[in-house]
Design a protein around this ligand. Structure first.
Ligand SMILES: Nc1nc2c(c(=O)[nH]1)N[C@@H](CN(C=O)c1ccc(C(=O)N[C@@H](CCC(=O)O)C(=O)O)cc1)CN2
Length: 285
């Protein structure tokens, strides 16, 4: 039997718990605050940023959105990040990705104080994650791990196959699963015999960015299938990288799209913001 890993439902539960924690912090005079920076008018980014603001409001986290035009220069953005780094009332800073072409994404990420880097993208935080130190974990991988743990899915000794090697999903989820004692294989667009490898996976994480690229033929019976893809169809509806209807016949657990990994990404951002407000990521500013 297949069990649905419903990220939307789990997100709602976690947000209720976080609201209680935020209320307690507020009683002690500490209101977690997140600054979100959006450059340009990419419709998907706008929608994700709205989702982040709404989720902050639901949990009592204060937030502000800095919206900048598409032709903002790198220097202008760096100067705004600097202001936010030096504002003690701001605990978390998030620059929505992707950025316009004139910006060097890595340079921008480097400019965010590691202590306020609630996305967990700064190299200091990436390094700490790599060595297993406590730090901000990037939100999508953190959400995936939380979903697996919520269903007590054992990772010990399991073969986890990751399709995709991006800095924000593929690479970090592999590291997190390795730290949970899974045996991890990374695959990507140049991998030969992909199907042969994915069919060995006990846990298959799909982050390819190609609608319905993975179907039951790529899946071992009773594997756990996590779909990170968000693709818009011609009719405007969203769909994943996994052909859900076909794949669910083989999977023991499977995430849907929408309402799977996506909502968890936003929820783990809230968790990181609370952590930042509590000063739990001790790094130089
Ligand atoms: N600075 C960052 N930029 C980006 C990140 C990130 O973690 N930090 N991740 C993605 C986009 N993303 C968050 O920013 C994100 C993607 C999807 C969802 C989500 O809730 N999806 C819903 C469907 C939403 C819809 O209807 O459009 C779902 O899957 O159910 C939230 C956040 C790239 N940029």
């Amino acid at each position: 039997m297949t069990t649905l890993l419903n990220g939307k439902e789990l997100s709602e539960e976690l947000k209720q718990k976080m609201k209680i924690e935020v209320d307690e912090l507020k009683e002690k005079g500490l209101t977690p605050h997140l600054t979100v920076i959006l450059v340009g008018d990419n419709p998907a980014s706008k929608s994700y940023v709205r989702g982040k603001e709404k989720a902050c409001a639901v949990t009592g986290i204060s937030s502000n959105l800095i919206e900048l035009p598409d032709d903002t220069t790198e220097e202008e953005l760096l100067s705004i990040i600097d202001e936010q780094n030096n504002d003690d009332s701001v605990h978390g800073i998030l620059v929505q990705l992707p950025l316009p072409d004139q910006m060097d994404e890595q340079k921008i990420i480097h400019a965010i104080s590691p202590a306020k880097d609630v996305d967990g993208f700064h190299p200091i935080n990436v390094g700490k994650m790599m060595t297993g130190e406590d730090t901000f974990i990037p939100c999508t991988p953190y959400g995936i791990l939380t979903m697996l743990q919520s269903k007590d899915i054992s990772l010990e000794g399991k073969h986890a196959v990751i399709i995709g090697r991006s800095n924000i999903v593929g690479k970090p989820i592999g590291l997190l699963l390795l730290q949970e004692n899974a045996t991890v294989t990374y695959t990507h667009s140049r991998t030969k015999n992909l199907q042969e490898i994915t069919k060995q996976a006990d846990i298959l994480i799909v982050a390819m960015g190609r609608a319905h690229a993975i179907n039951a033929d790529y899946i071992k019976k009773d594997a756990v299938v996590i779909d990170v893809g968000i693709n818009r169809k011609d009719d405007g509806k969203l769909t994943g990288d996994v052909d859900f209807e076909n794949a669910k016949e083989k999977a023991s657990f499977i995430t849907p799209v929408p309402r799977g990994v996506g909502p968890m990404t936003i929820t783990m951002l809230l968790k990181n913001t609370i952590k930042a407000a509590k000063g739990l990521n001790h790094v130089e500013r």
